[in-house]
Every structure is written in C-alpha cells, then in structure tokens.
Design a protein around this ligand. Sequence first.
Ligand code: RIB
Ligand code: CA
Length: 310
Amino acid sequence: MKVLLFADPGIDDSLAIIYALLHPEIELKGIVTGYGNVSVFDATRNASYLLALAGRTDIPVIRGTSQPLSGMHTIFYPEIHGPEGLGPIIPPEDFKADIYPFELMFEIIEKDKEDIIIVDVGRQTTLAFAYNLRPELMEKVKEIYLMGGAFMVPGNVTDIAEANFWGDPIATSVILNKAKKIYITPLNVTNRAIVTRDIAKFIFNHTSSPYKYLIPAVTDYYAAFYDQVMPGIDGSPVHDVFTLYYLMNKEKAYTIKRDVRIAIVDGSRGQSIADLRMIYKEPEHEHYIVMDFDYNDFIADFIRVNLGAD
Ligand code: RIB
Ligand code: CA
C-alpha cells in the first residue's frame, strides 16, 4: 500500500510514523508535516528525526502549513506532547532536518495517482491547500483517510469538537466537499485504541527495532496526560496509529456511510455532524465513518508491527 502521510508529530503521530515504517505492507512515500500538536518547524524536525533514527532518510519530509486558513491564532500542546512534540525526547541540537520542496508533494501524488492513499492525521490545512492548488490532480486520488471528528460523543479539545477538525474546520470542510472518497476515524473509535504502559514495556523487552527506547518513553509521557483526562486507562489512546491500522484492516471494523459536515462558526466550531438517525437521508458523498472495531485485533496488530514480526 503506497501511503503519503500528513502529520503533526506529536506523540501519537510519531507512533503512526513508526507503525507505517515497520509495517511490512506499507510503502511510505513521504511525510507532509503541519502545525498542530506543535509548530510546523518542530513537527518537521521530529518527522525527520524519526526517519533518521531508522536510517530511512530516503523518505522525503515536506514542510506544510503553519496556521489555519482563517489565519486564526494557533494553540500548541506542549503539556500533552512535550516541549518539542516527542514527549521527553529532544532531538540533538545539531540535528539537521532534510526538507524537500513543497512541489514534491504533487510529484509523489502524480507518480502513483491511481493507487496512492493519503492519510491525514493532523490539522487538514495543507491537504486543503493541495485541493486548492491542484484540483485536477487531487480529484484522481482514490481514497483519503482522516483522523478527526467525534460523532455524538464528547470532543477532546472542546466539549463537542475533536482537535484536528477543530484546528481548521474550513480546511476540513474543503476536503469533505472535494475529495472523491473519505474514510474518517473519529474519537468514537480512536479513544478506545489504547496502548497501555505495560504494552509499551512489553514491546521494549521484545524488540530490537530502532524505536525500542522511544516507544515506552513517549507512551509514559502521553499516559501521564491521559491519567488526568481519562483516569484509569493506564496508557493513552493512539488516535493516529488507529487510522493506519484501519487502512490496513478495514474489513475488521464497523464502518457506516453518511454525509459528514463540520461546523465552522464559533460556539460550535469543529463539531462533526452526520445523520445518525435509524432512518437516515441517503448520502450524496462517499464519506465513511468508522464506528466500532475489535480492540484485541488492534492491539495484537500494534504489537506485531512494532516487534517486526509478520
Ligand atoms: O484528537 C486527536 C488528534 O489530535 C490526533 O491526531 C493527535 O495527534 C492530535 O493532534
Ligand atoms: Ca496528529
């Protein structure tokens, strides 16, 4: 599976990058970074650093957007993701990220336009820009996967909104209207995709991957935040990893087709809305929402991929 990943690493984004790199059936064609959990500069350096740790600097990192389309002030989350986005890990001061030109993003899509899959696990501003700049190319992309939204469950950044959809609702709305086919993994499922401290420890004890030390370090850091907001889970949801797991295991999850829209105005900003009545309006768009999954299968897959086992 050829994947172009948009991300804002960020702890769970980092675990998603690692998952993509270690998954035997994912061919990671590039990482497009953006602001979100941290600034676009930290996100870019973190993505580059993660690739360097595994000697995979052949995968290009492209720096995306630094703020939402509205130009509104951007909030970062060092209290959740650490001062620079990798929890307690700070890349060495002399580490230099290799950044590729923005145009390369289109070249990557163009080259594999029939089968490239776009997965966006950050604010969707850069992806919306892509639809704006190259609509004729982007309409050929067959599937987009978005981590975002919360359907009739509480949000995380506000009581009703999930962070990625709240971050730039105008961008999300552009994508919802323009993309051919979209799969959404909302908080309904990602909040339950929990990696516990014990699982991270287990991976540490059994892997020789270049991320051996990083996995428990970032998991413990992320879990300390979740101890406050979701007490008792003894770990943390890995929202962004779940989106890639879903891409690779779609048939194992429960997905529904509904038109999705997003609130843009203050007061309800970022709220994701779909017709979830028993008798619902026939959808006009190819929007799919993931509503349920098998946790045991997810966590077994997460462990297997991180141990480097087939
Ligand atoms: O709401 C969860 C999302 O917000 C994830 O993508 C996480 O990385 C944060 O950005
Ligand atoms: Ca993210």
